[in-house]
Design a protein around this ligand. Structure first.
Ligand SMILES: [Zn+2]
Length: 384
């Protein structure tokens, strides 16, 4: 079936299945219905409970001859809520414009059902003798990712199917298709800071213990930190104060407690735990406490054979060489890096998460050709 479907047909079918995060059911039925006829065995399972679940995940694999390499495409079928003000219904795909200016509108058009459609259309033309191909598809990327790619990776370990290379199809292009790939991402963590004091009357400060000056001194020291100067591939790590909260409506009370929150985006010179320990030490020095949550460690796939495969494929189809970037937020590549080298490449990200999200249908067609080249070259590269 999918062999006869165009990438636009596939993208429209996926967009027509509402799948606000966390996603289950229909949209996975739709994808399985296209991959199974191409020879893929689809392992589907549902994890978790409300509010972060239930989440559906699918690992689909078509094995090549014994001993051939394994190339994986990874992505997500969940989407962010559409919000209001769309020109056409967000889950009723609609094409407007013509020729090179034709756009396909719908929630997920670029992030990232359009990209998954391009993966499906790309593998339809690759013979199974070329090697093992798989799809690592979660319904929980836009949410907390508790029951998503981590659970998928556990299932793949149980099955003994670990890829040699992995491409994540997040929308990485900025101004035109092909101008950027992501070879890494910074890590991310948040720290909740608190100073407990003793409440009292401002006229009798000796009877109270004001937490505010301690918190101010703590934040000043944290804000003044130089975490590093950056690396060849990463910008400097950065700490931002994101919240200061004393919650004191009066003018004559010394408050009992003061709280703040900082967010750190960090490169591969640090680990999340190491940074939490450092912030905790500073907090304690100023009489406070710290509680950190690491939402992602950094990853880097150093420029080399795999990034060259992607750059060559992109250049062959678009005429431009993608910049190798580590900018932006986190992605599921932060988990997949534990399996194998992983790089992200996909559509233009200008309309992602916005109303009237849209993809140029010409870009979809080009992305099919790029993904096919990448998969074929990755299988050939690993085979030698
Ligand atoms: Zn995405």
């Amino acid at each position: 079936m999918a062999g006869k479907m165009s990438v636009i047909d596939i993208a429209e079918a996926l967009i027509a299945c509402p799948s606000v995060t966390p996603a289950t059911g229909l949209v996975f039925d739709c994808l399985e219905g296209m991959l199974a006829p191409l020879g893929f065995t689809c392992h589907r399972f549902v994890e978790g409970e409300a509010p972060d679940g239930p989440v559906e995940n699918m690992f689909a694999i078509r094995k090549g001859p014994a001993g051939t390499p394994h190339f994986a495409f990874a992505g997500h079928l969940d989407v962010v809520p559409p919000g209001d003000g769309w020109t056409s219904a967000p889950f009723a795909p609609e094409r407007r414009g013509s020729g090179k200016a034709e756009l396909l509108y719908g929630r997920g058009a670029v992030d990232m059902k359009g990209s998954i459609a391009a993966m499906v259309a790309a593998v339809a033309d690759i013979p199974s003798e070329a090697g093992t191909l798989s799809f690592i598809i979660t319904g929980d990327e836009e949410g907390p990712a508790r029951y998503g790619t981590i659970a998928l990776m556990d299932r793949m370990r149980e099955l003994g199917e670990i890829p040699d290379l992995c491409l994540v199809g997040e929308p990485t292009s900025v101004n035109r298709l092909g101008d950027m790939m992501k070879i890494g991402r910074r890590g991310s963590l948040s720290v909740w800071l608190a100073v407990e004091g003793v409440q009292g009357h401002v006229a009798y400060p000796h009877l109270a213990d004001n937490p505010c000056p301690k918190l101010v001194a703590m934040l000043a020291e944290l804000d003044g930190l130089v975490l590093d100067e950056g690396t060849d591939w990463f910008q400097p790590s950065n700490l931002e104060i994101t919240d200061i909260d004393v919650g004191n409506p009066t003018t004559n009370i010394i408050p009992a407690a003061a709280r703040a929150r900082v967010s750190i985006r960090f490169n591969d010179l640090h680990t999340g735990d190491g940074l939490v320990a450092m912030v905790t030490q500073i907090a304690q020095k100023h009489g406070g406490t710290a509680r950190g949550i690491v939402s992602g460690e950094p990853f880097l796939t150093s420029p080399g054979a795999f990034s060259q495969v992607i750059a060559s494929a992109v250049e062959a189809e678009t005429g431009i060489v993608p910049e190798a970037s580590t900018s932006g937020g986190t992605s599921d590549a932060r988990f997949l890096k534990d399996f194998c080298p992983v790089i992200e490449f996909g559509l233009n990200n200008a309309t992602m998460h916005k109303r009237d999200e849209a993809v140029a249908t010409a870009d979809l067609a080009a992305l099919v050709r790029i993904y096919r080249r990448i998969a074929e070259a990755a299988l050939a590269t690993q085979a030698t």
